[in-house]
Design a binder for this molecule. Structure first.
Ligand code: NAD
Length: 369
């Protein structure tokens, strides 16, 4: 039986509550003989700061580097609002992304039929929606130099951010998008602004070049502003969207709201495959934060966290059937009408975090019975 090392980093706030629920799911797959999952646990964010004065310790970083996949909850909260900038909770997340070389951020936007009415758009526009946004995560305007605010001779200030991409950076994210499109609907939209940005010109050229190697995948170029508009106009036209760091940040947030609650949205971040093992470093986390307003009350929806583990099964561990089973179990639970408070219908009795985790495990049982 295959054996994998998972490094669990619950973090802060509801991160610790939803991690308990994903652990039930991991244990279920192990019990069913799908694989052995060695689990190590560490601290990140505010909880790590309280223990070590750092947002993640060196020993936990080493465990993350050695793992097959990091399963990350969420970090942050008002308790750590005034800690020094370089040890603030988010610094732990950024360090993990940087040291693991996670350049590809995958955010699916899937609209479960049972939740279509929770979308900001009409049911017919979103029912059955299944989009995957592939965002470049380590380059572009968030990291380009110079990045500064300078005071000019006349006393006025001038702020500069630099949008910069190399062929290599675009090539590798494009390949991730094309490879994934092959396993799904066979279509890639590449979003950029080649009409006004040099980085957009290069982006379009390189993606076109990569696309020539994928005759079975349809490539369409789309201006990023039009892409934003089309996402709310006719979202089901999209399969995979690939874009840079800045556009990806915005487009993935737009896409997420097509599906209902923040508590439903998983994500994956992938690095380059190791030449020796062929396996890429990876981290899986819900899109939402530590939700201090509901932490400790049993109100958190664990589905984004559980869906993140399903992505780990699919994209890192090579267990696509297990991932389908888990996604199916979540759909069954929603179709049965069970809801946590964030996705409950008005007047409906919501279930707790623990009850939702248990319901997913029960649905897994039912699917294999
Ligand atoms: P948030 O995502 O934590 O919460 C926004 C709203 O959504 C809140 O009302 C919250 O109750 C609700 N919500 C979020 N996840 C939910 C879930 N699983 N189930 C039910 N409801 C859910 O964003 P915020 O309030 O802006 O930030 C809170 C803290 O989280 C801040 O410290 C912020 O820096 C941090 N944060 C961390 C991450 C991360 O760890 N990746 C991401 C975003 C924000």
């Amino acid at each position: 039986m295959a054996s994998f090392n998972l490094f669990l980093l619950p973090g802060d706030g509801i991160g610790t509550e939803i991690m308990v629920e994903v652990e039930k799911v991991v244990a279920w797959f192990e019990k069913r003989g799908v694989a052995t999952f060695e689990r190590e646990r560490g601290l990140v964010g505010g909880s790590a700061y309280d223990a070590h004065g750092k947002a993640i310790s060196e020993s936990d970083m080493a465990l993350a580097m050695a793992s097959d996949a990091v399963i990350f909850g969420a970090v942050g909260g008002p308790k750590w609002a005034d800690v020094p900038y370089d040890v603030r909770p988010e610094a732990g997340l950024l360090r993990l992304r940087k040291d693991l070389g996670l350049f590809a951020n995958l955010r699916p936007a899937i609209c479960y039929p049972a939740l279509a009415d929770a979308s900001a758009l009409k049911r017919e526009l979103v029912e059955g929606l299944d989009i995957l946004i592939v965002r470049e995560l380590t380059g572009g305007v968030y990291f380009g130099e110079p990045k500064e605010i300078v005071t000019l001779e006349n006393g006025e200030k001038r702020a500069v951010d630099t949008q910069v991409y190399t062929t290599h950076e675009i090539d590798r994210i494009a390949r991730v998008a094309f490879d994934l499109a092959r396993t799904r609907g066979g279509k890639v939209h590449s979003a950029e602004k080649h009409n006004v940005m040099k980085s957009g010109v290069l982006w379009k050229q390189v993606v076109s070049e990569v696309g020539k190697g994928y005759a079975d995948v349809t490539l369409e170029h789309i201006l990023a502003d039009n892409c934003a508009m089309q996402l709310v106009r006719r979202p089901k036209q999209f399969d995979v969207i690939v874009c840079d760091n800045l556009f990806g940040d915005i487009l993935s947030d737009v896409a997420s709201m097509l599906t209902g609650s923040l508590g439903m949205l998983p994500s994956a971040s992938l690095g380059s495959p190791d030449p020796a093992t062929g396996r890429a470093k990876s981290m899986y986390e819900p899109v939402h934060g530590s939700a201090p307003d509901i932490a400790g009350k049993g109100l958190a929806n664990p589905i984004a966290m559980i869906g993140s583990f399903a992505m780990a099964l699919r994209y890192t561990l090579g267990l696509g059937e297990a991932a389908d089973l888990l996604d199916g179990a979540v759909a069954d639970v929603l179709a049965s009408g069970l809801r946590t408070a964030d996705i409950a219908n008005p007047g409906q009795n919501a279930i707790s975090t623990t009850e939702m985790g248990d319901a997913v495990v029960k649905a897994l049982d039912a699917r294999v019975a």
